[in-house]
Design a protein around this ligand. Structure first.
Ligand code: MF3
Ligand code: CO
Ligand code: CO
Length: 290
């Protein structure tokens, strides 16, 4: 790659000369890199038009999850949730990203109780009072992706289940607060895991958040455990998910060999997860999808 000249148009496409645009930004990153800090590649920094597109995909994705909020009740099947998400995504001008993604057969993930993530909707699985369920929606709108998930308590659930769902949400919010420009990705995982451990729960290690926006899963990989001051530098324009999976028992998970997708806790304990798509800005994180 050739170095851009000071008077050449900036790589960001805004049309300004490089010296008046991203030159200082690039030099700042280079200085961090020289100090041994892991800095994001340029392809992890979204351009203004891309941010606009991903923000819009987030609006649509939020609308779909708002419909799920009103739909969840005892007696419906997870296939009914799939139909709701599929039809409304199309109606709102989007495409459900999960459908046919690496062979995934449905338009949404529905993960109940001990299922950690990637549960497959099924007309035979009826929601029962006392279940907790994660519904994970990813929409593609005009080619841009937004990814978020929420937990639902079906009817009245046990105090233990309710607390797990609450602590999982709190851990995401604490991680979010750490997602500040010029901080480190390790701070996010540290904040999440500290809160989870303080409540006697565990954090799933094998599955993390991810860059998102131009594709379903992009760099960086986002760990939900971490050490402050380590891991990648957070830079304005980065868009990624934070999606901690929290187990009531052991952190270990098992993968269903038969369906190829469902991830469950190894010990059968309950698991809860919430997911946001976020944008790093100079003024703090902006939640694009929740
Ligand atoms: N939405 C999930 C995530 O948060 C990924 C689901 S992949 C699928 O990354 F194929 F199962 F949909
Ligand atoms: Co995700
Ligand atoms: Co998701």
């Amino acid at each position: 790659m050739y170095k851009i000249g000071r008077n050449d148009p900036c790589w960001c496409g805004r049309g300004a000369k490089y010296k008046n645009c991203h030159l200082a930004f690039d030099q700042k990153l280079e200085n961090y890199a020289i100090m041994g800090v892991e800095v994001p590649e340029r392809n992890m920094i979204k351009l203004p038009d891309q941010i606009e597109g991903i923000r819009h995909a987030g609006v649509i994705n939020n609308q779909i999850l708002d419909l799920v909020d009103e739909f969840i009740k005892p007696g419906i099947s997870t296939e009914d949730i799939n139909t709701l998400v599929h039809e409304n995504t199309i109606r709102l001008g989007g495409i459900p990203a999960p459908l046919n993604f690496e062979g995934y057969p449905k338009s949404v993930c529905t993960s109940i109780n001990e299922v950690v993530c990637h549960g497959i909707p099924d007309s035979g699985r009826i929601l029962q009072e006392g279940d907790i369920i994660n519904v994970d929606v990813t929409s593609i709108v005009n080619g841009y992706y937004a990814d978020a998930s929420r937990m639902y308590c079906v009817g009245k659930v046990s105090p233990e289940a309710e607390k797990l769902v609450r602590v999982a949400k709190e851990s995401l919010e604490l991680g979010l607060k750490e997602a500040r420009a010029w901080s480190h990705l390790g701070n996010v995982g540290a904040a999440i895991s500290e809160h989870v451990y303080a409540n006697g729960y565990t954090v799933v290690r094998e599955i993390g958040g991810h860059g998102v926006g131009l594709d379903f899963h992009e760099e960086p990989w986002v760990s939900h455990i971490g050490t402050r001051g380590t891991d990648m530098l957070l830079v304005p324009g980065m868009i990624f998910t934070i999606e901690p999976m929290i187990n009531a028992g052991n952190a270990d998970v098992i993968h269903d060999e038969e369906d190829g997708w469902t991830v469950s806790t190894k010990d059968g304990s309950l698991s809860a997860q919430w997911e946001y798509t976020i944008l790093i800005t100079e003024d703090g994180p902006e939640v694009l999808a929740r």
